[in-house]
Design a protein around this ligand. Structure first.
Ligand SMILES: [Zn+2]
Ligand SMILES: [Zn+2]
Length: 281
């Protein structure tokens, strides 16, 4: 199995878009976005260029994909901008009517009615397993988008072929809850791509306790599985101090950029610098 991160916060855009190749080709959460405002500043030109580059990369990978997965209905995970991404694909999506908040329900309705004209089929995947050739795709039950369901629910995904298991957590903000981490551990993964703690909102929309619980839960994955590569990215990389926030775990984990052998360029977190303002300003 080959796993390729296509666009992630460590690579400069808000996204977790990932391509997986086993005997079938799977595209997960094919979308990217930018923070409309960060530190009171709009997106920098460099971020806009990176956004366009990531969009094109996702489009290229969609052309060779058989299956597209959408874990929830935030715009950094699905988009209506280019419905061709879903053309002739089997599309496995979060149930748009159950365990969903109002804003995602409305987005899901628009999205699904548009792509139903081009997709070869659409399946609601919550808590279901699918077998395609020698590949098993397992979906978690709906899991809160963080420590509460205020932002709705997401699906975690485990993909296994004969050799490896890959888990993609989607937006769980570091896995502060027991059920979020138990899906990872029970699938006994070789590789995990996880959405990390949302520490850029620490003390506001993300509590010290959420961070503590997340670090404890992530540590359990190292203790209870033989994981070989643990990638943590997305919300965590919006914080310039992300390495300090996770303490000793830093030495054990990779960002998506590092997994690809690249340098981290979390452009949103760097926005003040990009505009030539000091980071204390
Ligand atoms: Zn989300
Ligand atoms: Zn997201």
């Amino acid at each position: 199995m080959k796993i390729i991160p296509l666009a992630f916060d460590s690579m400069g855009t808000r996204s977790m878009a990932t391509f997986v190749k086993s005997d079938i080709r799977i595209l997960i959460d094919p979308s990217v976005s930018l923070a409309p405002k960060r530190y009171g500043l709009p997106p920098h030109e460099k971020e806009i260029k990176r956004l366009e580059m990531h969009k094109r990369r996702i489009e290229r990978y969609s052309e060779i994909s058989d299956i597209v997965i959408v874990t929830h209905y935030h715009y950094d995970h699905h988009s209506l901008e280019n419905p061709q991404i879903y053309e002739d694909k089997v599309v496995l999506v979060k149930n748009p009517e159950r365990d969903i908040n109002r804003s995602q329900r409305l987005r899901a309705e628009r999205f699904l009615s548009t792509i139903s004209e081009v997709a070869s089929s659409i399946e609601f995947a919550d808590n279901r397993n699918f077998i395609f050739g020698d590949t098993l795709i397992r979906f978690s039950p709906p899991s809160p988008h963080g420590s509460s369901a205020r932002l709705g629910y997401v699906l975690e995904v485990a993909i296994s072929d004969e050799k490896r298991t890959f888990v993609f957590t989607s937006d769980i903000q570091g896995a502060p809850k027991k059920d979020q981490i138990s899906f990872i551990i029970e699938n006994y993964p070789d590789i995990v791509f996880m959405d990390g703690p949302m520490t850029y909102m620490l003390g506001y929309a993300y509590s010290e306790e959420d961070l503590k619980n997340s670090i404890e839960n992530i540590t359990k994955v190292f203790e209870e599985t033989e994981i070989k590569r643990f990638v943590i990215d997305h919300h965590l990389l919006r914080d310039l101090k992300w390495e300090d926030r996770i303490g000793d775990l830093r030495r054990k984990i990779f960002t998506a950029a590092e997994y690809k052998g690249k340098k981290n360029t979390p452009l949103e977190a760097m926005r003040r610098e990009l505009f030539g303002k000091s980071s204390d300003a």
